[in-house]
Design a protein around this ligand. Structure first.
Ligand SMILES: NC(=O)c1ccc[n+]([C@@H]2O[C@H](COP(=O)([O-])OP(=O)(O)OC[C@H]3O[C@@H](n4cnc5c(N)ncnc54)[C@H](O)[C@@H]3O)[C@@H](O)[C@H]2O)c1
Length: 406
């Protein structure tokens, strides 16, 4: 059993991974360029939004086996989990943090090492970009050093459940790399481990999120068609889903999070000719927040200088994650138009409130963008009271009826 693992980048993905590996008995070093991240891990003052992971982190053997530092060091296994954002202008992957992270391990590589890339990357990144950097060490991939892509599928808010139980794809540049990686993941994953090659693994991860994006775009497009026809989209979807092989998703206010609005671009980047549907779906979903903001403006057109209270800032219900949130885009659009907007979210630190009735007091519109369960429950119980507290009793909700298509 390999003994020492360096996890480079200890954020949403790298930190839970480091904790699970430490729990499995490995000596784990979290290497992160951010001093406050390193200090938090070493001092035990971690502010993890994930309760289960927080508890595991406090287990004595995890605290004993895990420490952090700003630079990598010699080890048996290196796992790269640094961000791969999109270059907003070119809509291609910005791999600068990945290449820096790989460069940073080169001085510490030695024969027999395994390098695993967990960061989401465009197809061919492992063999065309990462392998040549590793080989600067003088060590040969597949002979001295083994390289694998093992994409992550965790859902923020359910990280412990998913990091343990999800099936995983392990894409080795060669069979030995995949077998070595399997041993690492088998130490804490209960889901199935599927071995394949690196390019397939890179592509599979992107296909998963693209599948979601395209299906959400289809639902959003159906919603626009239904609106033009004056029919109820949720009823139409519910009825269409009575077909045994149809499962249309619910429309929404746009896609967000770390993966869905980003990953499809990585496919387009490597094969634009064959990505027309993927590209169009991205454009459709990016446009939705603009259309929702227009609907809000339309609803408020007869109210002078309206006071708007927005409820929900995360990228989807029942998470704390606000990255790429369409709700935040909508708030930004309304503010840019000069509207008086105050925004709240029971799941987002700094945006919490005591009751909806309290924040809706004297408002002209309560715009519910993200329907966390707590929000739905409070609205169901208190709607009358909330409306009474408002200046205009206008509550705007988008596609909120519980439907069988959810
Ligand atoms: N967050 C998710 O839900 C999720 C799910 C699946 C896949 N992913 C993918 O996992 C990767 C990591 O995402 P994340 O959400 O954990 O990012 P994050 O921003 O939460 O954390 C990344 C960490 O890497 C550190 N870092 C950056 N450059 C570094 C370097 N050169 N050396 C050492 N540390 C460095 C940062 O300081 C940060 O702490 C991305 O490719 C992402 O697409 C994320």
């Amino acid at each position: 059993m390999a003994k020492k693992i360096v996890v480079i980048g200890t954020g949403y993905v790298g930190l839970p991974l480091a904790i699970m590996l430490a729990r499995a008995g490995y000596e784990v070093i979290g290497a992160d360029i951010e001093e406050n991240v390193v200090d938090a891990i070493n001092t035990g003052f971690l502010h993890l939004a994930e309760e289960d992971i927080s508890k595991i982190y406090q287990e004595p053997n995890v605290r004993k086996n895990l420490r952090a530092q700003k630079t990598p060091c010699e080890a048996d296994v290196f796992i790269i989990s640094v961000p791969t954002p999109i270059d907003e202008r070119k809509r291609v992957a910005d791999l600068s943090q990945v290449t820096q992270a790989v460069e940073s391990i080169v001085p510490y590589l030695r024969s027999g090492n395994l390098v695993i890339v967990e960061s989401t990357v465009p197809p061919l990144t492992c063999r065309d970009i990462i392998a040549p950097i590793i080989e600067k060490s003088g060590l040969k991939i597949g002979k001295d050093v083994f390289l694998c892509h093992c994409p992550e599928r965790i859902l923020p808010g359910a990280v412990f459940e998913e990091i343990v139980n999800n099936d995983r794809i392990i894409g080795g540049m060669d069979r030995k790399a995949a077998e070595m990686s399997r041993e690492i993941y088998a130490s804490f994953v209960k889901g199935n481990l599927y071995l394949t090659d690196d390019v397939t693994a890179e592509t599979v991860k992107l296909m998963e999120n693209t599948y979601r994006d395209v299906n959400i775009a289809l639902a959003n497009e159906f919603a626009a068609v239904a609106e033009g026809l004056g029919i109820d989209i949720l009823e139409a979807i519910r009825l269409a889903n009575k077909h045994p092989r149809v499962k249309i998703l619910k429309p929404g206010i746009g896609t967000g999070g770390h993966c869905i609005p980003v990953d499809p671009w990585f496919i387009k980047e490597v094969d634009p000719v064959n990505s027309r549907l993927i590209h169009t779906a991205r454009l459709i979903n990016d446009e939705v927040p603009v259309n929702i903001a227009a609907k809000i403006r339309q609803a408020l057109k007869d109210i002078d200088n309206p006071k708007i209270v927005v409820l929900g800032l995360t990228y989807k219900p029942d998470t704390y994650d606000t990255r790429n949130s369409p709700a935040q885009k909508i708030v930004g659009l309304l503010k840019a138009d000069g509207y008086r907007v105050s925004a709240y979210d029971p799941r987002v630190k700094g945006s919490q409130y005591s009751s909806i009735k309290e924040i809706a007091k004297d408002a002209d519109a309560l715009v519910v963008l993200v329907e966390h369960k707590a929000v739905r429950d409070e609205l169901a119980k208190q709607e009358g009271e909330i409306k009474k507290a408002m200046r205009h009793p206008l509550i705007l909700r988008f596609y909120h009826e519980a439907s069988e298509s959810e």
